[in-house]
Design a protein around this ligand. Structure first.
Ligand code: MBD
Ligand code: FE
Length: 282
């Protein structure tokens, strides 16, 4: 039933908060620079003041904002909120001068340490995992075209219901998560399933904002990838599907034209597509 299989915001939101605190919190290096903090904090606060003046914000609206901000933390939805509405601009700025493949946002659901798989592999999945089979193959090279043998291609994706293992209950730990190692010519060939469009949780604070503003909660179907090799800049990216719903209006603003796949489809729906990754030198 719906209640058995649907993740609640509390499930996936709180799990994303725990995951972030375990892997990425404590970035105090940047925080140590007083001048930088002064500039950024002052400008963010000033931008808020300007919005309040321009739109003559009321006390009712101020208190609604205050209670909403409190609820985002209580729901554990700060990673979700930030990755959906803020991360894409950070990614744009940080990777502006990358020569190799385009990247995009990581989002809240990466987990390091997925099972390591050979260059020709099937992602861990349940018997009768729902969704059309997808054969995804290609090559990892450096910017001058040299093959990168032994590169690690980490993949993670939602299942056919839009749920991520380790963030929604009842899914095997590493379902649809794996790290594929390229062969001597930098090649990989991964069998997975076609992902479905993804709806961010509607029952928590982010969902409340979406409903209150009259937005939609959808991301287009996507594969997440992290490609890494010694001596090279790791690449965090996502791949989408041509003609798929919400390609043009991703709630997370993370689609780029270079990231849209157009698989060959067999009569039974099985897809096959080639995509090559180019990594910048470190
Ligand atoms: C996702 O699956 C995702 O990729 C992003 C960016 C935000 C929420 C859920
Ligand atoms: Fe995702």
């Amino acid at each position: 039933s719906e209640t058995m299989t649907k993740a609640t915001a509390a499930d996936s939101g709180a799990s994303a908060t725990e995951r972030f605190l375990a892997d990425k919190a404590g970035g105090t290096g940047a925080g140590a620079d007083t001048a930088r903090v002064n500039t950024l904090a002052t400008e963010v606060i000033t931008a808020v003041h300007e919005v309040i003046r321009r739109h003559r914000v009321s006390y009712e609206e101020y208190n609604a904002l205050k209670s909403w901000l409190i609820s985002v933390g209580q729901d554990g939805e700060w990673p979700l909120f930030l990755d959906v509405w803020v991360e894409h601009v950070v990614e744009e700025v940080v990777h502006a001068s990358r020569e190799g493949s385009k990247g995009t946002i990581e989002g809240p659901y990466y987990v390091p340490g997925a099972p390591v798989l050979p260059s020709v592999a099937t992602l861990p999945m349940r018997e009768n995992e729902a969704g059309a089979p997808l054969l995804f193959k290609g090559r990892v090279t450096g910017v001058s075209g040299q093959p990168l043998a032994g590169a690690l291609l980490e993949m993670w994706q939602a299942d056919d219901e839009g749920l991520y293992a380790q963030f929604a209950p009842g899914i095997p730990e590493w379902n649809l998560r794996g790290g594929v190692v390229t062969d001597a010519e930098g090649r990989f060939e991964v069998t997975t399933i076609q992902p479905a469009p993804y709806q961010i949780p509607t029952d928590g604070s982010c969902g409340k904002l979406i409903a209150a503003a009259g937005w939609h909660a959808w991301r287009p179907a996507h594969l997440h990838l992290k490609v890494s090799a010694p001596g090279h800049e790791p690449l965090t990216t996502q791949l989408y599907f041509k003609g798929g719903e919400h390609i043009e209006d991703d709630i997370a603003s993370a689609v780029k034209p270079e990231l849209v796949l157009d698989p060959l489809r067999a009569a039974d729906g099985t897809g096959e597509v080639v995509y090559d990754f180019v990594l910048d030198p470190a």
